[in-house]
Each structure stands twice: as C-alpha cells, then as structure tokens.
Design a protein around this ligand. Structure first.
Ligand code: TXA
Ligand code: MG
Length: 306
C-alpha cells in the first residue's frame, strides 16, 4: 500500500501515473475515489474488476472546469451554468447526453454521461496536471461502505493501485447528489446538495427517483457494512449502534444532531462498529426533515435486507 501526502511532487507523480494508464485512490470532498483516465479503456476496465462492479453500473467522469464538461457532454444546457455557479466545484453530479467519444464502458452503454467537478484541491490538481478527466467511483468493493478516510480502504483495492493520496477525512462524507438533466430535472441519487437547494437555483420543483433504466446501479441495499444493520427509533441500551443521546455502552457511537456533521461521521462510524464483530448494528433514525433526506437514503440502503 503506497500512501502519499498531497504534496506538489506527489500529485505530479500520480498525475503522470494516471496519464500512463495506472489507477490511484484520490480524496474528494465526498468520499475517496478509485481513479483512472476516463478515455483509457483498459484502465477503466480495471476499475470494474477491482471493485467487482457490474458492467451496467456507470461511472462518474470527474473534470476540473465547466469548459471541460463540454469534452464529454454532447450539449450543455444553460441550466448547467446556473447549477455550476451555485454548486461547482462541489457534490453535485449532472447527467447529460454524452458525446460519441465517451467510452461505453464508462457509461454502461447508456447514451448519457454523469459528470462532476470535485471540490478537493488534490483531486483537482491530479485532473489538471494529468490533462485527463477521471472515471472515478467510490473506492469501495461493490455494495460496501464508501471510504471517507484512508484507514477504511479495502486491502485488496489499496494493494492494487499505484498510489493512494491521503487527503485526510472527507469533509462531506456521503456521495454526491446525482441530477439527471436529459429531460425534466430528476434527482437520481440524494446527496448533500439538497432538493430544495437545487429547486432554488432552477426556480421550480424537481422530480425524484429515476427508473431502473435511468438510474442503473441504484440498489435497495448498498453502502452497507458486512454486519447486519437495523434502523430503530429506540435503541436497546445493551446493543451496538449509532445514537443521538448519551451512549449506554462502549459499542454505541454518539452522532451529531447537525446533518452535515452526521454525514461526515456516518460511514466511518459504521465501519468502526463493523470491525468490532457485533451480531447486529442498530441505527437510531434521525428527524424526517429535508436536511436529513440523503442520510435517510444511506441508512435505508445500509439496513435493507436485499
Ligand atoms: O461523490 C461521488 O459521486 C463519488 C466521488 C468519488 O466522486 N463517486 C461515486 O461514484 O459515488 P459511484 O460510481 O460510486 O456512483 C456513481 C453513481 C452510479 O451508481 C450510477 O447510478 C450513477 O452515479 N450514474 C453514473 N452515470 C450515470 C448515467 N449516465 N446515468 C444515470 N446514472 C449514472
Ligand atoms: Mg459507490
């Protein structure tokens, strides 16, 4: 496992490796990603192999500027510019009609492409220094918890990449919001950019939940620890879990009542409990209000049975 700090020298070396077709684990503001040159078929194929990810589950292309979106999207509607002004760089992914040059392996054969500008200086530096765009899913094995710090990385993924850049703990902590702009704007995946924030920029209401066709790779169970996870409104004082009140045993983790801080802590806290060998992990449900919707989504995916 080759872990490096994001010094200029290290970022230049990783950028060179990416341009040569190697893979790297890079920090973003949301979660750590498993990155490859988006235009290199063999490198992208290795992403699918390392993650054990089905071929019909498309990848997000990460770019460093709004102009670079045009290299991948066939048409960039004006609304992207308004959204970019508000949220880019940041945790918003937009789905647009793809250019014919975009590899089918990246889009899972769809005629659309998902694109985002990550808000992390190390990741942006690798994109710029490599003069590439990065195909980059979360750096976890298929269905697992996305890593939000280096020590959560899966060993075999960590050992298979050329370099890992340690950018510390991810500030957002859950994956980006995925917004389909190929028709009426539709949220395909909830994330830290909320529906209300997007509606304010678009000045109208938007839909949620794509069809299976529009949102491949959205599974009922996902983002889950290996240990069985259960959602609860009242936790048994003796069990392990994520709580809001004072923990009643050493296997309970007290979570923030601020949804932004909760999101930062969620995957690392689940991973901590997961490593302790409990039979079950209970998650006390947060309030059912707008700022918590993405967290509700991740909790429901961690606690789904199939
Ligand atoms: O925050 C993030 O988005 C992280 C960091 C690393 O950038 N990346 C991430 O990628 O979560 P991944 O591959 O774990 O999830 C991307 C999801 C896919 O599951 C898929 O459902 C959706 O984005 N997606 C990608 N391309 C799409 C497309 N053309 N149409 C619809 N959905 C798409
Ligand atoms: Mg993922």
């Amino acid at each position: 496992m080759s872990v490096f700090l994001p010094t200029r020298e290290n970022l230049e070396r990783v950028a060179h490796e990416i341009a040569q077709g190697e893979l790297a684990v890079l920090p973003t503001e949301t979660v750590y990603g498993l990155a490859a040159d988006a235009l290199n078929y063999a490198a992208v194929a290795k992403i699918f192999e390392l993650k054990g990810r089905p071929a019909d589950n498309p990848l997000i292309v990460h770019v460093s500027s709004v102009e670079q979106i045009e290299d991948f999207a066939d048409s960039v509607p004006d609304v992207v510019r308004s959204l970019a002004a508000a949220f880019m760089p940041g945790p918003l992914t937009v789905v647009l009609p793809k250019r014919s040059s975009v590899l089918d392996i990246v889009t899972g054969g769809l005629d659309t492409v998902a694109i985002r500008i990550p808000d992390h200086p190390a990741c942006l530096a690798v994109i710029e220094l490599s003069e590439r765009a990065l195909a980059m899913p979360s750096a976890n094995p298929f269905m697992g918890l996305s890593p939000t710090k280096i020590d959560m990385l899966d060993r075999s993924i960590a050992d298979s990449v050329c370099s890992i850049i340690d950018g510390g703990a991810c500030t957002v902590g859950i994956e980006s919001t995925v917004l389909d702009l190929t028709g009426e704007p539709t949220i395909l995946r909830l994330g830290s950019v909320t529906r209300e924030e997007i509606e304010r920029v678009l000045s109208h209401k938007i839909g949620e939940g794509g069809t299976a066709h529009k949102a491949p790779g959205m599974y009922r169970r996902h983002y889950a620890p290996r240990t069985k996870c259960l959602a609860t409104t009242a936790i048994d004082p003796a069990t392990a879990g994520l709580v809001f009140d004072e923990p009643t045993n050493a296997n309970q983790i007290r979570m923030s009542s601020d949804p932004k801080v909760y999101a930062q802590q969620l995957y690392a806290s689940l991973a901590d409990l997961d490593s302790q060998g409990h039979d079950e992990i209970f998650v006390v449900l947060p309030p059912l209000t707008a700022p918590w919707m993405a967290i509700w989504d991740r909790i429901s995916k961690a606690t789904a049975t199939a």
